[in-house]
Design a protein around this ligand. Structure first.
Ligand code: MN
Length: 461
């Protein structure tokens, strides 16, 4: 048996039943489905929820699957503490895909006039979203020059039975590939997989070089090759064990309004002129389970976390052997803020680490570098280091007019800071102590006196 969404659901049911809920009552995919998750969020709970009855569709929906670190860990069969380094290690274990002749995703094949994406669950997540969105579609493309496959997750608006709108950021590999097709005046064929083992979702979030296929990275994350089967209407292979696959093509030179959409920033991402997808086929399992990712919610942030943390960890490690930890905190949407701790061996290293972090992934907007006595998973300690080790005129530096992401609500245009656009000002705080100038020591009780102290001894009468 290959790993798929069903094998993961079974694993959740067996190993963490308290975090896996089934809801039998009918829910409306317009707001109500996310309202349940939002209510849980109010008390800091993030269970995976399986909705058996969703209005307007025969398909059940699973949501919030990756909304907790423990389930990211389950997806990679590791612990929540070891996640980043586990992903970083496995992303090099490239496994070529396994081509198969048949797959469960072909149990139902609908093409031509039979195509109707409005029969899928029409999930509307946030109040001001432009309409129903597929937030969990893994888009599969092929680079027209090298033939290397690419995977990525983008927001996809359902516009009609056979038309979708799609938004991919200017930095993305999808945008890079689309530019090539568009310059040649050719349609770009694509496939969108919905519902698979979470490791496939994490593989689609790989941030490494363009030349490396996310399909092969996914094999490493899964621990087995990803099974692929021939597309029906496109010259592409599609994941054989997905729940649903949409096939289609993007015509060159066509743009339509898409959005707005509640984003990972937890703001409403702007409506934009974006490409459209003409849907040519939908295939799915007979009893397909639809997979949703709640967009303006921790699930979205966590799904995109590991690929970035892993690549930053590696890039920093490559230039600074004494880097201790790299974290993308929730307060920075798991995207735009990076905390780095280093053992500072010589002066200047803090600034170099900050530059490496900012350059490590386009999304990095603010880098904070601290010494290795600071736990970067503890945000108060990071802020304490900034408070006590930083002089802003010397330790803060700013790089204007760089690219971060146009979804940052403060991003601006090259024509002016008041105009919305995709430029951003990157900045860094070097909160490390100097090496060659004496610096006050931390005030602390001797560690051997308190670390293993048994308080019960003192509390006994
Ligand atoms: Mn890629």
């Amino acid at each position: 048996m290959s790993k798929d969404l069903r094998s993961f659901i079974q694993q959740m049911e067996q190993t963490m039943p308290q975090d896996f809920l089934k809801i039998k009552k009918e829910v409306n995919p317009r707001f109500e489905l996310c309202a349940v998750l939002r209510k849980f969020q109010e008390s800091n709970q993030f269970p995976a929820v399986f909705y058996e009855n969703v209005k307007g569709t025969k398909m059940p929906v699973i949501a919030n699957t990756l909304a907790a670190r423990e389930r990211l860990a389950l997806a990679l069969e590791t612990t929540s503490h070891a996640l980043t380094k586990e992903y970083a290690g496995r992303q090099h274990d490239l496994k070529p895909v396994m081509r198969v002749d048949h797959g469960p995703v072909k149990e139902i094949v609908l093409s031509g006039g039979a195509v109707d994406v409005t029969s899928l669950p029409q999930v509307v997540h946030c109040e001001k979203d432009g309409g129903p969105y597929i937030s969990s579609g893994i888009m599969i493309l092929k680079d027209p020059d090298s033939g290397v496959y690419n995977m990525g997750i983008y927001r996809i608006q359902i516009k009609s039975k056979n038309k979708l709108g799609i938004y991919f950021g200017a930095y993305s590999h999808a945008a890079h590939i689309f530019r090539k097709f568009e310059e040649r005046g050719e349609v770009m064929e694509l496939a969108i997989a919905i519902g698979h083992h979470p490791a496939v979702y994490l593989g689609a979030q790989y941030r490494g070089p363009f030349e490396i296929s996310e399909l092969e990275v996914t094999g490493g994350l899964l621990g087995e090759p990803l099974r692929m089967v021939k597309g029906e209407t496109v010259d592409l292979d599609v994941p054989a064990d997905a729940e649903i696959v949409i096939e289609g093509r993007i015509p060159p030179g066509v743009r339509e309004m898409e959005g707005p959409f509640g984003e990972y920033t937890w703001y409403m991402g702007d409506a934009l002129e974006n490409p459209i997808i003409e849907v040519t086929a939908v295939t799915h399992r007979r009893d397909a389970i639809y997979y949703d990712i709640f967009s303006a919610h921790p699930e979205h942030n966590l799904t995109g976390l590991l690929g970035r943390e892993a690549i930053l960890w590696e890039r920093l490690k490559a230039s600074i052997p004494t880097v201790k930890q790299v974290v993308l905190p929730f307060s920075g949407t798991c995207r735009h803020t990076v905390y780095v701790s280093i053992k500072k061996e010589y002066d200047g290293l803090g600034k170099n680490a900050a530059l490496a972090a900012l350059a490590g992934d386009p999304f990095m907007k603010m880098a904070v570098v601290v010494d290795d006595d600071i736990d970067v998973l503890n945000e108060s300690e990071v802020l304490w280091a900034i408070c006590t080790r930083v002089q802003a005129d010397r330790d803060v530096f700013i790089i204007p007019d760089a690219y971060v992401c146009e979804l940052d609500p403060s991003a601006y245009d090259i024509k002016g800071k008041e105009i919305r656009g995709y430029l951003n000002c990157k900045w860094a705080i070097d909160a490390t102590k100097p090496v060659e100038i004496p610096f006050q020591e931390r005030a602390e009780v001797p560690e051997d006196m308190w670390k293993n102290l048994d308080l019960k001894y003192y509390l006994e009468s």
